[in-house]
Design a protein around this ligand. Structure first.
Ligand code: SAH
Length: 466
């Protein structure tokens, strides 16, 4: 014997009526729920108080009659009255399933929390014991489903006969349906029109009939600065769909572990001990995996298009004719701005924000430093941690004020973040000891508007800049 006192099932209501006795808020709540179906919804009460005008329902402001329950699939009672009592006994006499709002003892059935992407339905029930928990679970599942999922499910239903006549092997058919419901092209197309979606679904079917498999795809996914909850919902969903996850060293394993458990994981940034992959090897790797028909998640820290070598990987994928898609992520500078409440653009102070590399501070690309120093914009410098003092020297050399505020965030967006603050002059003169981890260096007047209370003051060596 099991533990459930109720049994979840999908009950046919098409072509029938659902009757709600009651005209107040409780009745309205049920109306919201049952108007998701194709049944005719009838409201009966001598006191219609709520506003039902936004719903396709029949409102009868009168006493209940036994004939109201002819051809009725379900009855909800949402008021206390003589009519309600009459409806209850009529429903019971005729064996019509009955729900009496807030009176579990009188209910034949409960209504679960529903996620509807018709025809796909997910019902979450706690047998009435913990509706809050059911709602919480519902929110989590909602987040995992792409908005157009129902339309895709409908499409799959419509294609069923054709798929069966064209693909005879059951496993191959399953592969097609899997590819169909996870295809970004189909999802994007169906967002514009059902016909466009059908066209994409047919193109995919063609490919499957010809090659017996889904073509591979590479998703360039931004993993954000390293916190699991700074991943986008789309990134999370695609990680769940990927067969292989190819990730950089900067992506923490907690984020990589958000992928499917049986997905292959390849760390292309492992520098310690063994050789790390060259960019050319990474390009070759992702192309090869996609050509094998795999769905590849190429997981990069922050945003893939910002200092992520995405340009080279995209070029390789284009050359090989492989499908790809970019999923943006929270770049390190944005996480650093959030951590320190620094508005990187600020009215009358900073009219823009530059994400720039600090690399080349030593070999001195003068045009780069001159442009940065004279921009008057907030600078967010990447990859500059080990050469921070020479970055300051370069900027001052190109005309930046020594008193310009500087803020450094190490491990932005993560629990172990740490901060330093000071001026360009201080930074130029310092041999700064910073914590382990990647860092963003902010330079500009807007930095002073941030909240750097937890930051260590950058020490000066012997002299103080006014
Ligand atoms: N695509 C990434 C940048 C990769 S380049 C992004 O959009 O964030 C690597 C540089 O990014 C590091 O040298 C450092 O400057 C910065 N970085 C990455 N993660 C960081 C983090 N959590 N905190 C601070 N800086 C970070």
């Amino acid at each position: 014997m099991g533990d459930l006192n109720t049994f979840p099932l999908s009950y046919k209501v098409q072509g029938q009526r659902i009757v709600i006795i009651g005209g107040g808020e409780e009745a309205l709540n049920k109306v919201r729920l049952v108007t998701k179906t194709t049944a005719t919804v009838v409201i009966i009460s001598q006191r219609i108080e709520a506003d039902f005008s936004g719903f396709a329902v029949e409102v009868l402001e009168r006493a209940f009659r036994a004939s109201d329950l002819d051809n009725v699939a379900l009855v909800f009672v949402a008021e206390e009255s003589g009519d309600a009592d009459a409806a209850k006994s009529t429903a019971r006499a005729r064996n019509i399933p009955l729900n009496v709002v807030d009176v579990p003892a009188e209910c034949d059935f409960y209504t679960p929390s529903i996620i509807e992407r018709a025809p796909l339905t997910i019902a979450i029930s706690s047998e009435g014991a913990a509706p809050v928990l059911a709602r919480l679970v519902r929110a989590r599942i909602e987040a995992m489903l792409p908005p157009g999922f129902g339309k895709i499910a409908k499409l799959a239903g419509g294609l069923r006969q054709r798929v069966e006549s064209l693909i005879h092997d059951g496993a191959a058919r399953r592969r097609y349906y899997e590819a169909l419901v996870t295809s970004r092209q189909v999802e994007a197309a169906i967002g514009t029109s059902p016909v466009a979606g059908l066209y994409q679904a047919e193109a995919l079917l063609d490919q499957h009939v010809r090659s017996g498999a889904a073509p591979g795809v590479v998703w360039l996914i931004g993993a954000g600065p390293g916190a699991e909850d700074l991943l986008t919902l789309r990134a999370q969903r695609l990680l769940q769909e990927a067969d292989v996850i190819v990730h950089d060293q900067l992506v923490p394993s907690a984020v990589v572990q958000m992928g499917r458990r049986d997905a292959e994981q390849i760390d292309v940034g492992k520098a310690k001990g063994h050789h790390s992959f060259s960019q050319a090897q990474i390009n070759t790797l992702i192309v090869r995996l996609a050509l094998e028909g795999k769905r590849v998640a190429r997981l990069k820290s922050g945003d893939p298009m910002i200092f992520g070598r995405a340009g080279e990987e995209i070029a390789a994928l284009r050359l090989a004719g492989i499908d790809y898609q970019i999923v943006p992520g929270v770049s390190a500078a944005l996480a650093a701005a959030a951590d320190t409440a620094t508005p990187v653009t600020l009215r009358k102070v900073s009219s823009g924000f530059v994400m720039a590399t600090a690399h080349g501070a030593e070999d001195g690309d003068l045009a780069h430093w001159a442009a940065l120093a004279q921009s008057g914009l907030t600078l967010a410098l990447y990859m500059g941690k080990s050469i921070a003092p020479s970055v300051a020297v370069r900027l001052i050399g190109q005309g930046a004020a020594v008193g310009l505020p500087v803020g450094i965030v190490i491990n932005a967006g993560r629990a172990d973040k740490s901060m330093h603050r000071g001026t360009l002059g201080q930074l130029a003169a310092d041999t700064l000891k910073m914590a382990e981890g990647p860092a963003i260096i902010f330079v500009g007047e807007a930095v002073a508007a941030g909240d750097w209370a937890d930051a260590a003051e950058i020490a000066t060596l012997g002299f103080k800049v006014a």
